[in-house]
Design a protein around this ligand. Structure first.
Ligand code: 5AD
Ligand code: SF4
Length: 442
């Protein structure tokens, strides 16, 4: 086994994916080479997610597979949300692990690597008491056209079901100056799409004297020459203010898509979840979007089977789906998590009932998506070409409103279209994507 090689596998959200890009860059700057298989690596890292129990179990399954390699010179590390949540208990559960580090400690990763190399068997980064963000010039971005930029880390909300405040620590925003400098550098390097990231981007607040809020930052990033698309995720309805819609309306570089997680259509459930808004307040934000200057696609996250959720509460969620007509949604069965308030709630919904509700919800949403996507047949949309599906002979495109629009191009001369922006006419639609053909005239 060669020294100074590493393997990393990433679970969870885009924040984690981007954290891994930064971790990879940090490792490479310290002389490590990335390999594609854990068997070939000197250092094996898992960047983990603990949002639901199933996600958490994945890392322990992976570690189990490598138990035999303990003591053979291989170093195992657990990063991210499971690391932060389980802490040193991981050393007991998987004794071949020697690094346990949460995302709030990645700025110290370099020195932790030195300790590991020196043979230290238990290296930890578990403090959440930080006002630092993990900014590094070494980020190794995976996609040559779309780049993530973290603008805010951590979360100060206390949703009753959610581990994130415990795994990612308190909110801390980067200065607008450092965000803008990174965005300008990326534009100069040829990236055309920027995705601003944070657990709650809406509560971004520039800590420097400029004092920009999220809407101001959005507007400024969208003005950078060379940047053609700006997306952001994820939003909290409570902090999703009117100025954000106004900023989007003012500049079409800000993509036609808002992800606004609602979690439930029942005000009673929203209160139990400590979401800090009512159904009506949420619907007001939807109205802003529906009456805006452009048509925005709206997507959401829903949890079914939160403790105490009755048939009537669930019916209200189904009704909300009809009222909003989401373009897409992520739905989850409630999963009890350590440290969270809801862990102590009684009146748990049985597993079979959660499953039943999930299926009903997904079927309803599928019908909505079939309907909404069919409305687009005949329309022309600009796509960013993301890749090629050889088997289907199609290019893979993404619209500003975040739909997958795959298309054929009659005269591409075998040249790659990847990274290009092209107008495409929609010819067919399904529940999850559109198909079309390249259109020369928009
Ligand atoms: N159980 C189920 N789903 C959850 N989510 C967050 N915590 C839980 C949990 N304990 C969902 C929410 C959130 C998305 C990222 O994951 O819908 O918006
Ligand atoms: Fe998973 Fe949440 Fe952590 Fe992202 S922040 S990795 S979704 S637990």
């Amino acid at each position: 086994m060669s020294g100074k090689t590493f393997y990393i596998e990433t679970f969870g959200c885009q924040m984690n994916v981007h954290d891994s890009e930064k971790v990879i860059g940090t490792l490479m700057a310290q002389g490590y080479a990335q390999v594609e298989a854990p068997e070939d690596a000197h250092l094996v890292l898992y960047n983990t997610c603990s949002i639901r129990d199933k996600a958490e179990q994945k890392v322990f399954n992976r570690l189990q597979n490598f138990k035999r390699d303990a003591g053979k010179g291989k170093i195992f590390g657990v990063l991210g949300c499971v690391a932060q949540q389980e802490g040193e208990k991981i050393f007991d559960r998987a004794p071949h692990v020697s690094l346990v580090c949460g995302s709030a400690s990645y700025t110290r990763l370099g020195e932790m690597l030195v300790q590991l190399e020196a043979g230290n068997r238990h290296v930890t980064g578990l403090s959440l008491d930080t006002d630092e963000t993990f900014d590094t010039p070494f980020t190794r971005r995976d996609n040559p056209h779309r780049a993530y930029i973290t603008i805010i880390e951590g979360c100060d909300k206390s949703c009753a079901y959610c581990v994130v405040p415990f795994t990612r620590g308190p909110e801390r925003s980067r200065t607008s100056e450092s965000v803008m400098a990174e965005a300008r550098r990326l534009a100069a390097e040829g990236y055309t799409e920027i995705q601003l990231l944070g657990q709650n981007v809406n509560s971004y607040r520039d800590p420097s004297a400029a004092g920009w809020d999220f809407a101001a930052l959005l507007g400024r990033v969208a003005e950078i020459p060379g940047i053609r698309r700006v997306r952001y995720t994820t939003s909290h309805p409570r902090d999703f203010v009117r100025a954000i819609v106004d900023a989007m309306d003012a500049n079409a570089v800000l993509c036609d898509h808002v992800h606004l997680p609602v979690q439930s259509g029942s005000t009673r459930m929203l209160a139990a979840m400590d979401r800090l808004y009512t159904r009506d307040q949420y619907m007001r934000r939807i109205e802003w979007l529906k009456t805006a200057r452009r048509r925005y696609s709206i997507t959401t996250d829903i949890i079914v089977g939160f403790p105490g959720e009755t048939e009537e509460d669930f019916a209200q969620t189904l009704d909300l789906l009809e009222k909003v007509e989401y373009d897409s949604l992520f739905s989850f069965k409630y999963s009890p998590r350590p440290n969270t308030a809801a862990l102590a709630f009684s009146d748990r919904v049985p597993e079979e009932e959660k499953q039943r509700r999930l299926v009903i919800l997904q079927e309803k949403q599928r019908a909505i998506q079939i309907r909404r996507n069919a409305e687009l047949i005949g329309a022309v949309r600009e796509v960013l070409v993301e890749g090629r599906n050889q088997a289907l002979g199609q290019w893979i495109g993404r619209t500003s409103d975040n739909r997958t629009l795959n298309f054929t191009q009659a005269d591409s001369n075998g040249d790659s279209l990847e990274g290009k922006y092209l107008p495409v006419r929609v010819t067919r639609s399904g529940p999850n994507s559109l198909v079309g053909e390249s259109a020369t005239v928009v």
